[in-house]
Design a protein around this ligand. Sequence first.
Ligand code: PMP
Length: 305
Amino acid sequence: LAERDGVIWFDGEMVPWREARVHVLTHTLHYGLGVFEGIRVYATDRGPAIFRLREHTERLFNSAHILGMPMPYDRDTINAATIECVRANGLESGYIRPICFYGAEGLGLRADNLRVHVAIAAWSWGAYLGDEAIRHGIRVKTASFTRHHVNIAMCRTKAVGNYINSMLALQEAIACGYDEALLLDVDGFVAEGSGENVFLVHGGRIYTPELTSALNGITRQTVITLAREAGYEVIEKRITRDEVYIADEAFFTGTAAEVTPIRELDGRTIGEGRPGPVTRQLQSIYFDQVHGRRNTHPEWLTHVR
Ligand code: PMP
């Protein structure tokens, strides 16, 4: 990924892709205190459009605020830089990764001369879990690793260090032959996937865990809004893993994962073992929305050209 053409916005300037480097003593590399975002840009018939850019930037600033990282740029600058990254790299669609990190100005937990650096990269990228996953659904394993406690990690942040927990769970799931992990919170209730929020469908209603240890996903917010507009009741509540086993349908949501059906959890088939009608309907509404094929919520699309 580092060896390619293109440009990356780095501390206020566009730099050639291969030259957007950091020092090995970068503070965030050692201690994990940093924040980032994952955003998608989709092709529409009016050219590329960034999906819910303002909300992603807002979450980035909230993440930094929670961790006490002073942001050296304002929201308008970051929004404009993100748009410029898509434009300057000539992307029709893809993934955008803003990251804020402490530099190599000092090391040690007590370093008090650190500067916050900001980089934004954008590149072409397809389905995170593959086209098969979107079409046929995935097999998921409940992780032996517990999701963060709300007073151990800051769960409203998309923080660099938070992803150790996600990686442990995902590596375990993959080593066991599954596609993705489902993490439970400290009380044993369903929290989220390694990089996705989770939903169930049962008796025509849609359920998703309350936000405690799960990230406040922008795709989650989007799917809740779209499902309610389509006439579904969406209920946020505590969910147990066995409720997932007996759900009619289940799916993950995330910027990367989009709307990915879950066809199996821990060797138990969910519903018919293939994407159910509600999941397929929401998937299709979601894809129409992000590609600008609906008239609703034009404020969610930031056109790049
Ligand atoms: N949970 C976790 C742990 C994630 O990393 C992500 C991806 N950002 C999500 C949920 C989904 O969030 P979003 O829909 O904003 O991408």
